[in-house]
Unconditional design. Structure first.
Length: 233
């Protein structure tokens, strides 16, 4: 098949847009993918070339589209004047507001399956990384990992809460998010107290020395669970 001259990214965006109309009813399934091909007027054989992962790959693209919308809103909002914890909360809210609840519900069901769990975890990690990077995180040591792991847990639990939230304007979700961030702040305060304690400091000197050697990955291709498409070719 000669794909010269085709705008692959544009075709894939068209497939995604078309799929969203069917995912609400069929989930991120082969049936939704086939319907998207028909609606977008993309031949099935060509669709498998530009989107070899089928519906699950489109689900991942939808998640990453939400990340881009979130980053655009972070850049447009006046966040520097807020406390740092409030900036994080705002970013998580922006990310949730960039998504359709039913599409996310369908995606959660997909990425809960064992064969897609690693990809789902990588997407959540990518969202946490995008937030920290957008907010100016410059850590390159073990804190690079701990910040993203903690925020991944906060984001995931908040999304799950939001999926069942029936309050006006998702007010209960905002309160839930604030409580989760407060829990994280308490934990960070506890860690600081442990480091400053002379007795515990001596006991943990060895492990802390080892952890100090950990460095953040040099390239985002090293993110946990991320697939290098060049290696698959």
């Amino acid at each position: 098949m000669n794909n010269k001259g085709l705008d692959i990214e544009a075709l894939k965006e068209s497939l995604l847009d078309a799929a969203l109309l069917h995912v609400v009813f069929d989930g991120w399934t082969p049936a939704a993918f086939a319907a998207a091909c028909e609606d977008a007027a993309v031949a099935p054989d060509l669709a498998r070339v530009i989107c070899p992962g089928g519906a699950p790959e489109l689900a991942a693209d939808y998640h990453r589209r939400g990340d881009r919308l979130m980053l655009a809103r972070i850049a447009a909002e006046d966040l520097p004047g807020l406390r740092f914890r409030d900036r994080i909360a705002a970013a998580v809210r922006f990310r949730i507001e960039a998504s359709d609840r039913e599409l996310v519900r369908r995606g959660a069901a997909l990425f809960a399956l064992p064969q897609h769990a690693a990809a789902g975890a990588a997407l959540v990690w990518g969202t946490a990384d995008a937030i920290w990077t957008a907010l100016g995180d410059s850590s390159r040591d073990i804190n690079w990992y701990s910040k993203r792991a903690t925020l991944s847990a906060v984001y995931s639990s908040t999304v799950l809460y939001w999926l069942g939230d029936e309050s006006d304007d998702a007010a209960d979700t905002r309160d839930f998010l604030d409580r989760r961030i407060e829990d994280v702040m308490r934990f960070e305060k506890f860690k600081a107290q442990v480091r400053e304690n002379p007795v515990l400091g001596k006991l943990l000197a060895g492990p802390l020395r080892l952890l100090s050697q950990v460095r953040a990955p040099e390239a985002h291709n090293d993110l946990p669970g991320k697939i290098n498409r060049q290696e698959q070719a």
